[in-house]
Design a protein around this ligand. Structure first.
Ligand code: XIL
Length: 378
């Protein structure tokens, strides 16, 4: 009788665990799964990627390797914001974004630009200039300069970030920002139109937060976002899609039907949808690491299964790749009562895949196949 050699992968399969589990058991199998999420997502026509600060990948080769393996899309976490690109009046600094593009080209990835019109990450000089006229020129000059430089090389832009805030009390649900005070709601039209003129082929997104849960406030946000998209389209404003940030928080009321219906309503407008800043906060979960990681994975899986059921959802990017990097470590939303750091991202601090990684892989494999986005390198 022939003796059969049982490989590690077969052993894992025999235990009922799928590809990608390597590393979950910590020391025992601390090998990162060689197949990255980008390849798994691509089998269903989905582009997966993550945000990054340039410094993290240039200074940490292992993290750079993880980004190359896992991501088809890179999103500059700060390098394409006003503070990153336009630190002083008339002074543009492109080195960060240039470097990121070089890295992306080297690894067959693409970059999503983030972001051109936002009320945060505004240098002091812009805040000072806003109430004093020539704002139209300031905004259009910024967009023309940036998109002109990267025309044909950055195929997707989060043109407008976080335009909606029903709690600001405006009838139209728009956020009361310095841009809005200076220019009125047409600041949104202006940003999209300038972006279209500067790079006619780029996909232009509105990127919004807190659209995921069934609370009355998030319901108002969803209504306001739909209304905004409808009015922009009716005015002929070139908006191509909605980014749903998806900073998920365990404990918030999740209702798959409400979420599914909302994504359907956006696609009915003829728009594309992307999950743009996925991470999972687990402040509400007590227990050991394994319990927390399981809860994070299950929460994300339920969310992803719901949104990915729509073939118009073409991309998923998380806000960071490894728990080393998360912005939540510096944000009040990232605070846990036990003082432990958040574990909101697919890889742990040693860059090993976590249950969240597996949840993403499983959700991609379970998703209906779709036509891959045209903007992703073939
Ligand atoms: C965050 C970055 O991750 C932080 O490093 C920075 O200090 C503040 O901005 N929504 C967005 C992102 O659209 O741009 C934010 O990024 C996180 C919330």
């Amino acid at each position: 009788m022939r003796t059969q050699r049982i490989g590690r992968r077969d052993l894992l399969a025999g235990l009922g665990v799928g590809l990608g589990v390597a590393g979950l058991a910590g020391g025992l199998m601390a090998q990162p799964e060689p197949i990255g999420l980008r390849a798994i997502a691509a089998t269903r026509g989905i582009a997966y990627g993550a945000a990054l600060g340039l410094r993290s990948v240039t200074e940490e080769p292992a993290l750079a390797e993880a980004y190359a393996r896992e991501c088809a899309v890179l999103v500059p976490e700060g390098d394409a914001k006003w503070t990153g690109l336009h630190p002083a009046s008339g002074v543009f600094r492109f080195d960060g974004l240039d470097r990121l593009l070089e890295i992306a080209v080297r690894h067959g990835q693409c970059v999503r630009g983030h972001t051109l019109l936002w009320h945060e990450a505004l240098p002091e000089w812009v805040r000072d200039a806003l109430p004093n006229g020539r704002i139209f020129e300031l905004l259009t000059d910024h967009i023309f300069t940036v998109l002109g430089r990267y025309r044909g090389r950055i195929p997707v832009w989060d043109v407008v970030n976080e335009a909606v805030e029903p709690e600001d009390g405006r009838e139209d649900g728009l956020r009361q920002t310095p841009w809005l005070s200076a220019l009125g709601p047409r600041c949104l039209d202006l940003a999209f139109k300038a972006a279209r003129a500067a790079d006619p082929a780029a996909l232009l997104m509105l990127n919004e937060h807190d659209l995921e849960y069934a609370s009355p406030l998030q319901d108002r946000r969803r209504r306001a976002v739909l209304r905004l998209l409808e009015t922009l389209l009716a005015r002929g404003v070139p908006v191509d899609g909605l980014g749903m940030q998806s900073h998920l928080r365990i404990g918030r009321p999740f209702d798959a039907r409400i979420l599914h219906r909302f994504v359907g309503e956006v696609t009915d407008l003829g728009l594309t949808v992307m999950i743009t800043e996925l991470d999972v906060g687990d402040a509400a979960v007590t227990g050991d690491i394994a319990t927390r990681d399981r809860a994070v994975a299950d929460h994300a899986r339920a969310y992803l299964d719901t949104v990915l059921d729509h073939a118009c959802v073409k991309a998923v990017t998380s806000w960071g790749l490894s728990d080393r990097q998360s912005w939540l470590h510096h944000h009040p939303a990232g605070w846990r009562a036990d003082g432990q750091p958040m574990r909101p991202l697919p890889l742990d601090t040693d860059l090993r895949p976590k249950p969240l990684w597996q949840a993403l892989a499983d959700a991609f494999r379970a998703a209906p196949a779709r036509t891959p986005p045209a903007w992703i390198p073939g």
